[in-house]
Design a protein around this ligand. Structure first.
Ligand code: URA
Length: 255
């Protein structure tokens, strides 16, 4: 099996598990589990908040107005959905599109962590406050962080984290849309940089899985299942560039 096929199969196994999920009460009100969609080999990953009514009905992320804007912004930098992977903090719709609750985020974060670990993106764009706070393990809001990339260790790997305004917020605020567009324009150069310097490989057997945003156990770092919130080593500019494949080898969201 090629590495791309294997990655896709492993991701599909996580999806098979998620679609039966009853870890939080949202399973009682959802229509479908919105696992995420795109290329399992994507160099660029977007993480939104939670499915809305359209997503819940269709089983795919960002299929409403915010999704159309996301498609447009991707198009402006020469990308399409199949080139990236799009997921959410929550895989199930909160009733009435209310904010995700801490218990729901806690229950769901293991799926997101496994998605990030399998896809191994170079750049992760968090869209809005919920995903930004979760992946950074810090309450700083999106208006202070948008458009500033930073190397972060997510699980066992360092990625370039690039917080962006949520497209749904930008839909109704022209100035925010222009900021989001300007931030988007920086993505090709960020992808060209390739991954940041990686943390040293762990010497011992894998540690128990940690939640995304908790402090690492002091005796275990760096572990393969380390949390999202760890600081990465300073960037190494001489990294080989990683380009986004023109045609993705593997597509998800088409199950
Ligand atoms: N907003 C999100 O955060 N995610 C979706 O999938 C759709 C709208």
């Amino acid at each position: 099996m090629s590495p791309a096929t294997e990655r896709r199969e492993l991701l599909k196994a996580v999806y098979d598990e998620a679609k039966e999920c009853t870890r939080c009460p949202l399973h009682q009100t959802r229509t479908t589990v919105v696992f995420g969609a795109g290329s399992a080999d994507a160099g660029l990953m977007f993480i939104g908040e939670a499915p809305g009514a359209n997503e819940d009905r269709m089983g795919l992320p960002f299929v409403g107005q915010a999704g159309k804007l996301l498609d447009k912004l991707l198009g402006e930098i020469g990308l399409e959905r199949g080139d990236v992977f799009i997921a959410n903090v929550l895989k199930c719709r909160p009733p009435g599109n209310r904010d995700p609750q801490p218990r729901e985020i806690e229950s769901c974060q293991d799926y997101l962590r496994r998605q990030v670990q399998l896809i191994e993106p170079t750049v992760i764009c968090t869209l809005g406050n919920f995903s930004t706070k979760l992946l950074r393990g810090d309450p700083t809001g999106i208006s202070r962080l948008h458009g500033q990339d930073e190397a972060r260790v997510i699980g066992a790997r360092a990625v370039r984290l690039f917080p962006l305004y949520h497209p749904a917020a930008a839909l109704y605020t022209p100035s925010m849309l222009e900021t989001l567009r300007a931030d988007f324009q920086r993505l090709p150069a960020l992808l060209e940089l390739g991954p940041p310097e990686q943390p040293p490989a762990p010497e011992q057997s894998p540690a128990p899985e940690a939640p995304l945003a908790e402090e690492p156990e002091p005796e275990q770092p760096p572990a393969p299942e380390a949390p999202l919130a760890e600081e990465a080593e300073p960037e190494q500019p001489e990294q080989p560039p990683v380009s986004v494949p023109e045609r993705p080898a593997a597509q998800l969201g088409l199950f």
